[in-house]
Design a protein around this ligand. Structure first.
Ligand code: HEM
Ligand code: NAG
Length: 480
């Protein structure tokens, strides 16, 4: 009885739709789908993609198809026929036409766990309004005037506890989680935040499972964890509503969401909780993985690490007794660090691209994407393309130095673009820079063991990048 029945039904239905699809393609029509192969029924080319992305070198999946079919090709991944774009112009067209010709589309597992009222799933004018509200809590001015101090303090607080062997990915996750909780809710790290973080990890694991409670215990566990997280956040929301009525005012994302109520209707607790929950997800793994990989790439590129250390020792020496980092240090004294940040984003491809769905038949570069089809705009393919970046597959921060001539608007899109461009982009850059400052000035380190990079289900290293750290003497000016 049990699981085999729905599974075979599912297989049958999807083979059926697959056959229909092939018939559809055979039908003489004015549609010119991009060339490509759909692979096996149901799974399509998903297994090829997954097996490539589970290695340190996933490029052959894209390289092979681009060589055979060109930079826009048809494939069949994650249960649906999909137009895959490795072309910067097509990518730009797709992300700029969000809401007009295309709309964002997440797999069922992710949208169920995020909740309906999260920014990532909003559409139309509500999305527009809430996207700019989110931006107004993470833009440069806010970072300069409010967040920089918190970032600096929380990074130092965490690094203070480091000795011996450190699991860098775990530590980076703790830091970014604490920062986001502070930014959204004005809460300082405590047992409560750490418990909340543990539940979050379970929710995120569920993103890459099949969204059927019957099949997947990971998904069941994630749903349970989600309701615990929602409950905890709901408590904070209710408490803050109460405080607000007695005139107390905080300057954070939650206050802004409660204020939105002032105008028409107002958000319910459920809406606010969904919104906050998703913001915590969006900034958590992405930023902490980028931090970890920056350190990995630097460790493997000693010349770059030396140059980075030099830059930060100089800032540290200038600041003398005070360890605290100022906005101006970040903005004007870290030119090489900004090259390291860009190069880490380019090579790591934490978000390797974005899925969209065509809202109507869309013509693009001589092909037609049929209404309802999925499109994957691959940023990774462009970032790793030797035609666009010289020596594209190696980590070389120097490529970003003055007058590099890199067309960063079209070719470099680690944060996406258009109406859904990442509202946390500036914040992520600032967090990364502050983290690198304190790491480089306070510690030297070596990898504790060999650790490999993989790209599926998310970009990560297999062992969470263990390193052995040793505290450095504070650098002094003019001594060497
Ligand atoms: C290195 C770190 C990060 C990377 C690489 C990254 C990347 C991205 C990308 C590519 C998108 C576009 C998704 C799409 O177009 O469908 C996005 C959206 C988003 N990001 Fe980030 N992100 C990072 C950090 C953050 C942080 C720190 C926050 C928290 C404030 C954040 C919040 C969001 C949100 C809420 C969205 C959805 C925007 C929308 O749909 O309108 N991200 N991110
Ligand atoms: C890093 O990339 C951004 C685009 O995302 C660009 O504006 C900036 O100039 C780049 N920084 C450096 C140092 O090249």
């Amino acid at each position: 009885m049990d699981h085999s029945t729905p599974l075979s039904l599912l297989l049958f239905l999807s083979s059926l739709s697959f056959i229909l699809l092939i018939l559809l393609r055979r039908r003489p029509s004015r549609r010119h789908l991009p060339p490509g192969t759909l692979g096996l029924p149901f799974v399509g080319e998903t297994l090829h993609l997954i097996s490539a992305y589970k290695t340190e070198n996933p490029e052959p999946f894209i390289d092979g198809r681009v060589a055979q079919f060109g930079s826009i090709f048809t494939t069949h991944i994650f249960g649906e026929p999909t137009v895959f774009s490795a072309d910067p112009d097509a990518n730009r067209f797709v992300i700029q036409n969000e809401g007009r010709l295309f709309e964002s589309s997440y797999p069922g597992s992710i949208s169920n766990l995020l909740g309906r009222h999260s920014l990532l799933l909003m559409k139309g004018s509500l999305h527009k309004k809430m996207h700019s509200l989110t931006m107004s809590f993470a833009n440069s001015a806010i970072i300069r005037d409010h967040l920089m101090g918190d970032i600096d303090r929380l990074v130092r607080l965490n690094l203070e506890k480091w000795t011996g062997r450190v699991l860098l990915m775990e530590e980076a996750k703790k830091i970014t989680f604490e920062l986001t909780v502070k930014q959204l809710l004005s809460l300082d790290p405590c047992e409560w935040t750490e418990r909340l973080r543990k539940e979050y990890m379970l929710v995120i694991e569920g993103f890459f499972s099949l969204p059927f409670p019957l099949f997947s215990s990971t998904y069941r566990r994630a749903i349970k964890a989600r309701s615990k997280v929602a409950e905890a956040l709901g408590l904070v929301v209710r408490q803050r509503r109460g405080e607000r009525e007695s005139g107390e005012r905080k300057n954070d994302m939650l206050a802004a969401l409660l204020d939105e109520g002032g105008g028409g209707g107002g958000f319910s607790d459920e809406e606010i909780v969904d919104f906050l929950l998703a913001l915590l997800v969006a900034g958590y793994e992405t930023t902490s993985t980028t931090m970890t990989l920056a350190v990995k790439f630097l460790t493997e590129t000693p010349l770059a690490l030396a140059q980075l250390k030099e830059e930060h020792d100089e800032i540290r020496a200038k600041n003398g007794e005070s360890e605290a980092l100022e906005w101006d240090d970040y903005k004007s004294m870290m030119p090489f660090t900004q090259c390291v940040v860009n190069e880490t984003l380019r090579v790591a491809n934490i978000i390797s691209g974005v899925f969209r769905r065509a809202m109507t038949d869309v013509d693009i570069k001589g092909y037609t994407i049929p209404k309802g089809w999925k499109v994957f705009a691959s940023f990774r393919a462009v970032h790793m393309d030797r035609d666009h970046f010289k020596d594209a597959r190696s980590f070389s921060p120097w490529r970003w130095q003055a007058n590099s001539g890199i067309d960063s608007v079209n070719l470099f899109t680690p944060f996406g673009g258009g109406p859904r461009r990442c509202p946390g982009a500036e914040l992520a850059r600032a967090e990364l820079s502050v983290f690198l400052h304190h790491l480089a000035t306070q510690f030297s380190w070596v990898p504790a063991e060999e650790d490999k990079l993989v790209f599926f289900p998310t970009t990560r290293t297999q062992k969470r990048y263990p390193i052995i750290v040793q505290r450095r003497n504070p650098p002094k000016r003019c001594i060497e």
